[in-house]
Write a protein that binds this ligand. Structure first.
Ligand SMILES: [Zn+2]
Length: 128
């Protein structure tokens, strides 16, 4: 138990230590929607060792959507733009949400915007 707690704590400290890098990269705006509201690092791939490319700086609303809150159609369109990012957490995270929300244009948008074939395959496989 204690070990798990420590590991979790280390993980949190590590993520916090990337705060500055992320803030700079994101220009202190949400990397999905551009909002400046309640920005915090969000883990794209929680099981993996935290790294800046696996973290996105997101606003409170986007973190809620990422956590399963239903998104409005307009918000899903905003996420469309995030697919162009070359950072996996930003593009992959947005793609995953679009696929999960079952928007009819999700697949096409991903094929159009995400050039990394491995990432695309991974995303489509998750859906199956
Ligand atoms: Zn946002």
């Amino acid at each position: 138990m204690a070990k798990g707690y420590d590991a979790n704590r280390e993980q949190k400290d590590l993520i916090a230590s990337f705060g500055k890098i992320l803030g700079k990269r994101a220009k202190f705006t949400c990397e999905w929607c551009g909002s400046k509201d309640d920005l915090r690092p969000w883990e794209y791939s929680p099981g993996e060792e935290p790294a800046p490319e696996l973290l996105a700086l997101l606003c409170g609303r986007c973190r809620a959507i990422a956590g399963g809150a239903p998104a409005e159609p307009g918000e899903l369109h905003t996420l469309r733009n995030a697919l162009w990012s070359d950072i996996e957490a930003i593009a992959g995270g947005a793609a995953r949400l679009l696929l999960r929300s079952k928007v009819p244009w999700a697949r096409e948008a991903i094929e159009e915007s995400i050039y990394d074939e491995t990432l695309r395959e991974k995303l489509f496989k998750e859906l199956r």
